[in-house]
Design a protein around this ligand. Structure first.
Ligand SMILES: *Cc1c(COP(=O)(O)O)cnc(C)c1O
Length: 438
């Protein structure tokens, strides 16, 4: 049982100090939660330890990157070895070539790619390149899909943008987003109508093939196939934003899982094995328009830095060598948690939807099936808050928002799962009592 008196902890002290120098006390809004977030001392395997000496089984996993768990030894060893050889050169390395070759092998739609430092950069430049390539202006994105925090895509963007009620951020001129068409996810009819009317003006369709930023929402049967077909028919660049799903749904990402080939792909999160790196890539004929070989400009001081590349390369090698063991095991464990969560919700007479795929899962406190952003928003976030807080009390850390997803890693073992299911039981019990009393 993890319990600290409010206001009497190191985390509280640090949060008070943090708020004076960091807006809201954090460096990314999703990390803030009431009454105050715990501050981390260290993390290992499936566990994260706070500065007050408490430990949690972690299902936030840094919002997705840590499929091997925290501080995976082989990755750290590789990084240590690289550190003494230098951390940044401003000149190309053999490592970048090895890494990029491995990426193109695992995600074959990426015939060429460019390494960048964050997912936000990857989607921003993928969109610019698609526009430069097609000489068209408009893009389509879907409600609840998050593609980073740059201007073109920060419209009905899920994730932190949803929780904080600012789907359209201040500071983004209307002119910037007037070429961004926002459509409901999983609705083929609306998509078809828009493509028919405006297809010739649309440069790109960007989509999270599985939404992991509005809770977890799966595509309907054949939905992605139809999007692929219609974009192809109209010469529109289809961008799969696989920053979460890449190396997560399968080694080759959602495109392997659903057997669909987009024109371009963005990768991040797992790609860096816990270090900052991302990539965008796709068909050679598109990628060749990127400078210096083409006229679409993109650059980055830290892009392809040897530390992140080493961590990413090591991670992808481990995943590909052991994929036959890793992915089935993750899926089995996730299925076990999902089933337990759904059964327990029903035992406690709580109306809830539990979605899961591969090693991702989430519960929505809603009586309605969740198929898009609108239905996700019907969820009872008060109940979710109680659920989150109760899990925390019982030593489980999940993302604090209803509009995020839980992630498993290979470090989560049987004992962790058992402890987690017990905590689910207690947390849902409290949710059911609290919702009866209001
Ligand atoms: C996390 C995420 C991003 C943004 O990546 P950052 O590295 O945080 O900039 C973009 N798209 C998706 C689908 C993501 O989950």
């Amino acid at each position: 049982m993890v319990e600290s008196a409010l206001g009497n902890t190191r985390s509280y002290e640090l949060f008070e100090r943090a708020k004076k120098v960091l807006p809201g006390g954090v460096n990314s809004p999703v990390r803030a939660f009431e009454p105050y977030p715990f501050f981390v001392d260290r993390a290992n395997g499936s566990r994260i330890y706070n500065v007050d000496g408490e430990s949690y089984i972690d299902y936030c996993m840094a919002y997705g990157p840590l499929i091997l768990g925290h501080s995976f030894k082989e990755v750290l060893d590789a990084v240590r070895e690289q550190l003494v050889k230098g951390t940044l050169y401003g000149a190309p390395t053999e490592l970048e070539v090895d890494f990029s070759e491995l990426i193109t092998k695992l995600v074959p739609c990426m015939e060429m790619l460019r390494l960048v430092n964050s997912g936000t950069e990857a989607t921003m430049h993928a969109i610019r390149l698609a526009r430069g390539f097609t000489r068209r202006k408009k893009i389509i994105k879907f409600e609840g899909c998050f593609h980073g925090s740059h201007d073109y895509v920060l419209v009905k963007a899920g994730s932190g943008a949803t929780s904080f009620g600012t789907p359209n951020s201040l500071g983004i001129p209307e002119e910037t987003t007037q070429n961004t068409i926002v459509l409901p996810y999983n609705n083929l009819q609306v998509f078809k109508e828009v493509i028919k009317r405006e297809g010739h003006d649309i440069a790109a369709v960007i989509i999270e093939p599985v939404i992991g930023n509005a809770g977890l929402i799966l595509p309907k049967d054949n939905y992605l196939n139809q999007i692929r077909k219609l974009t192809k028919d109209h010469g529109i660049v289809l961008i799969f934003d696989e920053i979460i799903t890449g190396f997560r749904l399968a080694l080759g990402g959602a495109q392997e899982y659903y057997n669909i080939k987009p024109d371009m792909t963005t990768l991040g999160k797992i790609l860096g094995g816990g270090f900052p790196i991302a990539a965008f890539g796709g068909k050679r004929e598109i990628m060749q328009h990127l400078s210096p070989s083409g006229k679409v400009y993109q650059a980055g001081t830290f892009s392809g830095n040897p530390i992140s590349v080493t961590a990413g390369y090591s991670t992808l090698q481990i995943l590909s060598e052991r994929q036959g063991k890793i992915y089935p095991k993750l899926e089995k464990n996730c299925e076990e948690l999902k089933k337990a969560l759904a059964d327990l919700a029903s035992d406690h007479h709580i109306e809830a939807q539990v979605s899961s795929i591969a090693s991702m899962f989430q519960i929505f406190f809603s009586p309605c099936p969740v198929i898009d952003y609108t239905s996700a928003k019907l969820s009872d976030t008060q109940k979710f808050y109680v659920y989150f807080q109760e899990l925390l009390k019982h030593g489980i850390f999940i993302p604090p928002s209803q509009f995020e997803t839980c992630f498993l890693s290979i470090a989560h073992n049987e004992e962790d799962l058992e402890g987690t299911i017990n905590a689910f039981d207690r947390a849902l019990h409290t949710v059911s009592i609290k919702s009866r009393s209001v």
